[in-house]
Design a protein. Structure first.
Length: 287
């Protein structure tokens, strides 16, 4: 496989878990260390939309898996029985079993970072290292509005899924608005308007705010000090979805952590600071 010209179809696979179908992409030699990339939760998201441009570089050093998390992209959404990040952390371990992964390092963006941290808390013996980009769950907002501007735009889109609404949400994801191309908006709109996609997203976010599910476990930020997995956190200073100030709570409480702040960068460090993101992840995972 030519890593410089990886395509959606040649890297895509399906796996059936408990009768549900899940889509994922994989690239890189089987002899290399395994890394799993976990996407965020915005409208029109998938593993491919989140990480397609990083896959050629990272798959030179790692065996890279990019699953569409339950309910996103081409993956089914089974019945949710916990807040989504905990539900998906449990699913991720089952996914690893299904595709033959014993141990892996995780990269998580936004909701994917939340899932990565929950997975490390749930099964530390199976997770070697984690790299989190603007992760959810690891702090509460003390100095910024809650919900954030980005979260407001996201929920507005789910209630009224228009192209203008998508543009306003994407503007909250990046510092440099020149990165917002027609092709990007077209791709996101096409994914977001797939049959059932909006309803699945509402179910997913509904689980996060479900008081019955919330009562099952302490919030992640209250358990941050128990996550001993070596952790790299990357955060854009101009993040309008999960404000940068939240990084310092995690950096203070997680026992084995490094923090890297990107100036002139929003919530999508893997896009706006692509080369730096890839370099930092590669260096951290290959020590």
């Amino acid at each position: 496989m030519d890593l410089s010209t990886l395509t959606y179809e040649e890297t895509r696979h399906n796996v059936t878990i408990d009768g549900a179908e899940f889509s994922y992409h994989v690239a890189g030699d089987e002899s290399l260390p395994t890394v799993i990339l976990l996407h965020g939760s915005g409208p029109g998201v998938s593993s491919w939309s989140n990480f397609q441009h990083n896959l050629p570089v990272l798959s030179q050093s790692f065996r890279v898996f990019m699953p569409d998390m339950p309910g996103f992209g081409k993956s089914d959404l089974p019945e949710i029985d916990a807040i989504y990040p905990i539900f998906t952390a449990r699913w991720l371990l089952t996914f690893m079993d299904a595709v033959g992964i014993r141990n892996a390092s995780l990269v998580g963006n936004s909701m994917g970072g939340y899932v990565a941290a929950e997975t490390a808390a749930l099964a530390p013996e199976r997770i070697d290292r984690i790299a989190l980009m603007g992760p959810g769950g690891l702090a509460i907002s003390l100095f910024n509005q809650d919900p954030s501007e980005g979260a407001k735009r996201l929920f507005e889109f789910l209630d009224n899924p228009t192209r203008a609404g998508m543009i306003e949400w994407v503007k909250c994801m990046v510092s440099d608005h020149s990165a917002i191309t027609d092709a990007l908006i077209d791709e996101r709109m096409a994914n977001a308007l797939q049959p059932g996609a909006i309803e699945r997203a509402k179910t997913i976010f509904g689980s996060v705010f479900n008081p019955e599910f919330a009562a099952q476990q302490q919030p992640l930020w209250q358990r941050a000090s128990t996550i001993a997995t070596p952790t790299l956190i990357m955060w854009g200073r101009d993040d309008r979805m999960l404000p940068y100030e939240q990084a310092h709570f995690a950096a203070r409480h997680m026992p084995d952590i490094e923090l890297h702040m990107f100036s002139r960068c929003g919530h999508w460090a893997q896009i706006e600071r692509k080369a730096d993101f890839e370099r930092l992840v590669t260096e951290f995972f290959t020590r």
